[in-house]
Design a protein around this ligand. Structure first.
Ligand code: SAM
Length: 231
């Protein structure tokens, strides 16, 4: 894993000194994965590339300096935790509806002395009632289709901030289906950029949605409604 990490960090132009901490996180992930479902990716070098480096590629696409970031549906910590490990100035909140995954993430934060990371067990649509428009950035990978995801994430972003949706390159239809949701929720597509995941031979896509005005108070709706009738 170390070699894949070091090569990938170099390819991304990021300092190599975060490799040992990423590797420790990877070891904890694979060990816990033996007793609970955290990831289908189990080869250490694939964890390095498809989880860590995929997450870290965002550092070259968005300005994270001193920003607050909520990772919605973080699962085993992606993309938020690798970003925070390599960029201590990010004020990170990890949010997931599965308590066991949040317990695991708290253990990783304790093991790596990441004292200021907030790990929250909760649903994004409920978390929004107390944390509405309070983050500079929201990010999410592999959680829901873009129209649904916008309703889960955009209410959490302050006007002027941005929602970063990590998608595959075949998401054009999803993006057009989300046009209404983005507008209604106060967003505007700012940038769509493809990026290569170092060493993995795959290209992924980052959709950056700028929050241009406040989200109307009636959003987000209850999850059953979001799912039944996406905006
Ligand atoms: N983002 C991680 C990644 O890319 O590896 C995890 C993806 S996993 C497929 C989706 C995660 O989203 C699960 O851990 C699930 O519990 C969480 N999730 C789904 N709906 C959610 C919601 N409404 N609020 C918070 N978390 C949610």
């Amino acid at each position: 894993m170390r070699e894949a990490l070091v090569r990938g960090l170099r390819a991304l132009g990021l300092p190599e000194d975060c490799a040992p901490r990423l590797e420790r996180y990877g070891e904890l992930l694979l060990k816990k994965n033996e007793v609970m479902n955290l990831t289908a990716i189990t080869a250490p070098e694939d964890v390095a590339r498809l989880h860590f480096l995929d997450s870290l590629a965002l550092l070259n696409l968005t300005d994270f300096s001193g920003k607050s970031l909520v990772d919605v549906g973080t699962g085993a910590g992606f993309p938020g935790l690798p970003l925070r490990i390599c960029r201590p100035d990010i004020r990170l909140t990890l949010l997931d509806s599965l308590g066991k995954r949040i317990t695991f993430l708290q253990e990783v934060c304790d093991a790596l002395d990441l004292e200021d990371v907030t790990c929250v067990h909760g649903r994004a649509e409920e978390f929004a009632s107390a944390h509405r428009e309070s983050f500079d950035l929201a990010a999410s990978r592999a959680v829901a289709s873009l129209p649904m995801l916008c309703e889960l994430c955009l209410p959490l972003v302050r006007p002027g901030g941005a929602f970063l949706a990590m998608k595959s390159v075949d998401c054009a239809q999803e993006l057009s289906a989300a046009a209404k949701a983005i507008k209604v929720l106060g967003g505007e597509v700012e940038e769509v950029r493809d990026y290569e995941v170092p060493g993995a031979g795959v290209t992924h896509r980052l959709i950056s949605i700028r929050k241009v005005c406040s989200t109307p108070p009636k959003y987000p709706r209850a999850f059953a409604k979001i799912k039944k009738a996406p905006l």
